[in-house]
Write a protein that binds this ligand. Structure first.
Ligand SMILES: NC(=O)c1ccc[n+]([C@@H]2O[C@H](COP(=O)([O-])OP(=O)(O)OC[C@H]3O[C@@H](n4cnc5c(N)ncnc54)[C@H](O)[C@@H]3O)[C@@H](O)[C@H]2O)c1
Length: 386
């Protein structure tokens, strides 16, 4: 039977929204699939995604069945699908490394991480034993060593990776080459929400430039009350997040702004907001006759479900790439679903490139002999559709 065997690193709010979404769309017919961009990607529906392994470090999650762990504290995202199936997956202890910021201990337990005092499992062994196809990485911002550990485990176990966090793997030349050489696809980095702060900021900046305006200053300030925002109050963990979010906007301008004229970043932690993110965005530009204009926007949305639809398409695309032996970063998929892809595109171009890639890869997968590619040991075809 066709399936996508999914491993999850980090059973936080995004993992919760993803699993709830998979079950929600699996149990609703196609007339009710609002919120989902593709009913199918290369013949894979949402129902083909099957969680087979999960890793975390929090004592309220490790050792518990996955369908319970996604609802355990400190997760606080909206519950839109309370009934989840019994996956037969127990959350395993991952290597903690730099995953848990020190300041977490100063906040109440129901709002922050509480690491378990347990030895880490061997991630490579678990990935191999569970025959995982794709690992989705949902670790906290600033987990450079931990993300690299999971990326290396994917390479060693022959598993494709979808990297939703701003630690640069797909967009780092050395890591990208490692995946290419190993014959494994990777989609990353830093998931872009369906309709969130980044895409709004990009599209508005581009609109002004396309109408002949000249953007002079801009900011994007974000607040939220989940552990992602709590983690990010430690500014030392933010370097790559700021880079990722700023590049996402700069890449849409004809002339990138001087650093002093652009400020994009997570800005504060407001506990009672929970998983509600609020974005305050301002753009200032010169119009006809050098006339100053400005725009202020306030956007609010539930953060984690907002990225679920993108993750579902990135995961299915990674499996489709595995099926036809496409290796290394999948640029069109990343340009659409990620903030910091190896190659930035305009968003309308990224949408067309994504659809063309899916269509070509679907044909290629149908022509590719099976079995193939399980654990990276099958026939590897060059990146004909990159
Ligand atoms: N819309 C979005 O929500 C969105 C958008 C872009 C990027 N992201 C990124 O996705 C990531 C996940 O977001 P989230 O809201 O689920 O975060 P979260 O804080 O809810 O979850 C992170 C999980 O990782 C676990 N963890 C910490 N160290 C670990 C380790 N070494 N191994 C395994 N697990 C570990 C934590 O215990 C927690 O369960 C964050 O980096 C976030 O910035 C989210």
């Amino acid at each position: 039977m066709r399936e996508i065997r999914l491993a999850i690193a980090g059973v936080g709010n995004c993992a919760s929204a993803l699993l709830q979404g998979i079950e929600y769309y699996r149990t609703h017919d196609s007339l009710e699939t609002a919120g989902l961009l593709h009913e199918e990607v290369g013949g894979y529906t949402v129902a083909h995604i099957k969680p087979v392994a999960a890793f975390d470090v929090d004592k309220r999650k490790v050792g518990r069945p996955l369908e319970e762990a996604v609802f355990a504290l400190p997760n606080c995202t909206r519950v839109f699908q309370p009934e989840l199936p019994k996956y037969g997956v127990t959350v395993e202890m991952g290597p903690r490394l730099d995953g848990v910021a020190e300041h977490m201990a100063e906040f109440p337990a129901d709002r922050s991480f509480r690491p378990a005092d347990l030895p880490a499992v061997d991630i490579v062994r678990v990935l191999k034993e569970t025959h995982a196809d794709v690992l989705v990485c949902y670790l906290p911002v600033g987990s450079q060593q931990a993300v690299e550990h999971y990326a290396q485990a994917c390479l060693d176990a022959g598993v494709a990776m979808v990297n939703c966090i701003p630690v640069f793997i797909a967009s780092d030349a050395e890591w990208a080459e490692k995946f290419r050489r190993r014959g494994l696809p990777i989609v990353g980095d830093d998931i872009k929400s369906q309709v969130g702060a980044t895409i709004l900021h990009r599209v508005l900046a581009r609109l002004i430039a396309d109408r002949g305006g000249s953007v002079e200053h801009t900011y994007q300030l974000n607040t939220g009350g989940n552990t992602d925002f709590l983690n990010m109050i430690d500014r030392t963990r933010l370097r790559s997040k700021k880079l990722s979010k700023t590049d996402a906007v700069q890449s849409q301008l004809d002339q990138p702004l001087d650093g002093v004229n652009i400020h994009v970043g997570p800005s504060d932690y407001v506990a009672w907001q929970n998983d509600q993110k609020v974005c305050f965005l301002r753009l200032e530009w010169k119009g006809f006759g050098d006339t100053p204009m400005h725009l202020e926007l306030r956007f609010a949305g539930e953060d984690s479900p907002n990225s679920g639809g993108m993750a579902i398409d990135a995961i299915r695309s990674a499996k489709l790439a595995l099926d036809c032996g496409i290796a290394g970063p999948i640029e069109p998929v990343a340009a659409f679903t990620m903030k910091h892809p190896p190659k930035q595109m305009r968003d309308s171009d990224a949408r067309s490139a994504l659809e063309q890639w899916i269509a070509r890869a679907t044909v290629l997968a149908a022509e590719t002999p099976k079995p193939h590619h399980r654990n990276g040991n099958g026939v590897i075809r060059a990146s004909v559709v990159s």
